[in-house]
Design a protein around this ligand. Structure first.
Ligand code: MN
Length: 320
């Protein structure tokens, strides 16, 4: 798994790791432009674009809000996906074009189903704690559901599993029989797992799912690989259990799902199936023709769409 000789050295590829796993190192991205908050983006990575329907993963913080403005992402559109906001620490204010205005705190899930089109802003609220730490994910909608009406859900009642030193909160899908109430369009799971110091356990998995783990806090050994915050550990399919071991206390995010078989065009904040899907969405946002609605209550301008690439966008599969 040597990637350094491939075409674009700025996009990280998989790095050699123990058998059957890949470490996706991710790359730093300034959220909302050059002066924005820095995040580490591990999905999509070159050669590993998705884990189940999970197609985007930004991890940020812990950021000290005494020295950083925190999150400030102005109104922007989405298409063909769900956005998932999950916090380890702090708070974010979501405002969308359907009129929802919802603050999220740790333990709560903000889930926005873009379907055929929505726009939203996300920001650190005026009154906030001293630290911001969390993740932002996208889930691709299957072709049959990608034109659903946009919606927004705030969940405060997520199921929690406990087993010895393991506590798992199920964000989306189900884990070991615990089913999240959140709206979901393909077989998948997303769970926040904490391990107390000295925990050694096996998490039941589905062999038909592919999985990946991101460390949110502390250090954990996952299927023999030591993991701390930063990279995404891709675990592939065919596993019925996942060995987890933590010397100190640790917290991690488990992502999994049925490998996504459809080819997608992912560009900016849009997921379509063709170049024309994307070009039409970009034009709608640029022309403000009503497709993506209007976000009220954000003190700043909407984010303009970048220029379309010179070459036509091509639909691509989940992997290499
Ligand atoms: Mn967004």
């Amino acid at each position: 798994m040597v990637s350094s000789l491939e075409a674009d050295p700025s996009v990280p590829g998989p790095v050699a790791a123990p058998p059957d796993v890949e470490i996706l190192p991710g790359m730093p991205v300034a959220l909302g432009g050059p002066r924005g908050m820095e995040v580490t983006r591990t999905l999509p990575s070159r050669g590993r674009r998705m884990v189940g329907a999970w197609c985007f993963l930004d991890a940020y913080g812990p950021h000290n809000l005494g020295t950083s403005a925190g999150m400030r992402v102005g109104p922007h559109p989405h298409l063909g996906l769900q956005t998932v906001s999950w916090l380890v620490q702090g708070e974010i204010l979501h405002s969308d074009s359907l009129g929802h205005r919802q603050e999220i705190r740790p333990g709560q899930l903000n889930l926005m189903t873009a379907g055929r089109g929505i726009s939203h802003s996300e920001e650190t609220p005026a009154e906030h704690g001293s630290v911001l730490h969390g993740v932002q994910l996208w889930v691709a909608l299957p072709d049959a559901d990608r034109d659903v009406s946009p919606s927004f859900d705030h969940h405060t009642d997520l199921p929690v599993l406990t087993d010895g030193g393991l506590t798992a909160t199920v964000l989306l899908g189900d884990l070991a029989g615990a089913q999240s109430p959140a709206r979901c369009f393909s077989p998948l799971v997303g769970a926040d797992i904490t391990l107390t110091a000295g925990t050694e356990t096996h998490l039941p998995l589905r062999p038909d799912f592919e999985y990946a783990v991101l460390a949110l806090d502390g250090q954990v050994t996952v299927a023999g690989s030591a993991l701390s915050a930063g990279p995404l550990l891709y675990l592939g399919t065919g596993r019925s259990t996942l060995p987890l071991k933590a010397k100190g206390s640790a917290r991690l995010l488990l992502l999994g799902g049925e490998p996504f078989s459809e080819q997608l065009v992912m560009w900016w904040n849009f997921i379509g199936r063709s170049h024309d899907d994307i070009a039409e969405a970009r034009q709608s946002w640029a022309a403000d023709d009503g497709r993506f609605g209007t976000v009220h209550g954000y003190a700043g301008l909407p984010i303009p769409a970048p220029a379309m690439p010179i070459t036509r966008l091509v639909a691509r599969g989940r992997g290499r």
